[in-house]
Structure formats: C-alpha cells, structure tokens
Design a protein around this ligand. Structure first.
Ligand code: ATP
Length: 238
C-alpha cells in the first residue's frame, strides 16, 4: 500500500534521513520507533509532502507520490495527523472534523456520506462529542491531539500517518487512543504509527522498524521486536 524506498531527506544542508526503506502493507499497522531526534517526524513529513525528499521513492497504492505537494498527496488518499496541535483554533470541534473531509468534495476521492462519517467520528471520540461546538483553540492539548486524529480519519484515507497520537495525553487518554487505533485497524485502516510509547505501539502494530540516526537498524514482526534484547534495552525500558 505504502512503499518508502531508500528515502533521503533533511532540512537545508542537514541530512536527517540516510536512505530508509519501509513497507506498509494494506490493512496493517506498522510502527516506527526510535529515540528523540532519530528522524521519525522527518520521515512522516517527507511522506506527506511537507518537506521534499532529496532522493528515494515513495509509492502509494502503486502511484509514485515522491516530491508531490501535500494537497496532491492527500488527494491520492494519504492522511497525516502531525505531531503537536494542528487544529483550526477559531472553528468548532465539529467543523474541524468536517474539514478533514475536504478532499472528498473534489473529484479525487469518493465523497460518500460525509455527515454520517462526522457522526461516526464523534462516536469514536467521546471526549470530542461532549465538546462538539466548543472552539478547537480552547481544547486541552490532548483533546486537540484527538481532534487532529479524527480529522485524519475523515479523509477516508488509504493510509494514515499518525505522529505521536498520545503526546501530552493523560494515561487514561493514552489508553483510549490505543483503543481507537485498534478499532481503526479492525475496520481495515492501513497505518504508519510513530509513538513514544514503543511497547504500546508494538502491541497494536503488526510490524515495526527501529530508526537510529536516520537509518533503519532493525525491523521485523512487532511480536519479535518486542522480545529483541537490544530493542528492549533501548526502547522498552529494559
Ligand atoms: P522526537 O521523538 O524528538 O520527535 P524525531 O525522531 O521525530 O524525534 P525529527 O523531528 O525527525 O526526530 O528530527 C530529526 C532531526 O532533524 C533532529 O536533529 C532535529 O533537530 C532536526 N530537525 C527537525 N525539524 C527541523 C527543521 N524544521 N529544521 C532543521 N532541523 C530540523
């Protein structure tokens, strides 16, 4: 579904990714783990078109999306829920969710039942449902993080990139986010997940890659990585 081949990218003269290859098969969750500054967010940005790769290739459903702009990539069915609070602060929660469906109003994606999907998204995120008409800018950081996730789901995407969905969330909400990820998976959503809670990410994922200094050091089935002594020592708290 999503194939990242030999990707190199960075910022100006600083190269961050030194040729990484990641495959995300249809209907699977693949997680990318690594320490701070390893290049996880940079990978997500390069895939979604926020930054341009300097070399390598990215294929989405058999189409080459390398170097396209982010709106073109969204039209081809890739949703990116970025790290941090990326919501429209002066719009209500429900309008932010509706906006997630914007490409479905172009001919690029099937429109389907947008309002029905808005209701489903609110059901999936009860915290947001309680705050349907609240301005997004007044939500807590964790709630905004959930809103960004709900918006990504509204694209009805082929693939979702989820960057640190649990960032800034209280433990109970972290659990809720992972439950939502499991539910999306049960619906057949394909996902590339970056998570600080590597153990939880490996639990929900099918396959994992470890990124170290812009290179993939280890990859394998999530269940196997969980038991890998080096991965355990470095990322799972021993
Ligand atoms: P974290 O877990 O801390 O979010 P990460 O693995 O997501 O880390 P990146 O955010 O991809 O890491 O950062 C990789 C490297 O790129 C870091 O050295 C960072 O300082 C650098 N970097 C990130 N964004 C920029 C930018 N906009 N301009 C210049 N350098 C950047």
């Amino acid at each position: 579904m999503l194939k990242i081949e030999n990707l190199q990218a960075g910022y100006g003269k600083v190269q961050v990714l030194h040729g990484i290859t990641i495959h995300v098969p249809k209907g699977k969750i693949v997680t990318l783990i690594g320490s701070n500054g390893a290049g996880k967010t940079t990978t997500m940005r390069a895939v979604s078109g926020m930054i341009k790769p300097t070399s390598g290739q990215i294929m989405l459903s058999g189409q080459d999306i390398t170097g396209l702009d982010s709106h073109q990539i969204a039209r081809r069915g890739l949703a990116h829920s970025p790290e941090g609070r990326r919501v429209f602060p002066t719009l209500s929660v429900v309008d932010n969710i509706r906006l997630g469906a914007f490409v479905r109003y172009t001919n690029a994606r099937p429109k389907g039942d947008v309002e029905g999907d808005v209701d489903k998204a609110l059901e999936m995120f009860p915290r947001l449902k309680e705050r349907t008409h609240q301005l997004a800018g007044t939500l807590s950081g964790g709630e905004q993080q959930m809103l960004a996730m709900a918006r990504a789901v509204m694209l009805n995407p082929e693939v979702i990139l989820l960057d640190e969905p649990s960032m800034g969330l209280a433990p109970i909400l972290v659990e809720e986010v992972f439950n939502i990820i499991s539910r999306l998976k049960a619906q057949g959503v394909t996902m590339l997940l970056v998570e600080q809670f590597a153990a939880a990410a490996l639990k929900v994922a099918d396959y994992g890659y470890v990124l170290e200094n812009g290179r993939i050091s280890v990859h394998g089935p999530a269940a196997k990585l969980k038991d890998d002594p080096a991965v355990k020592a470095a990322y799972l708290g021993g």
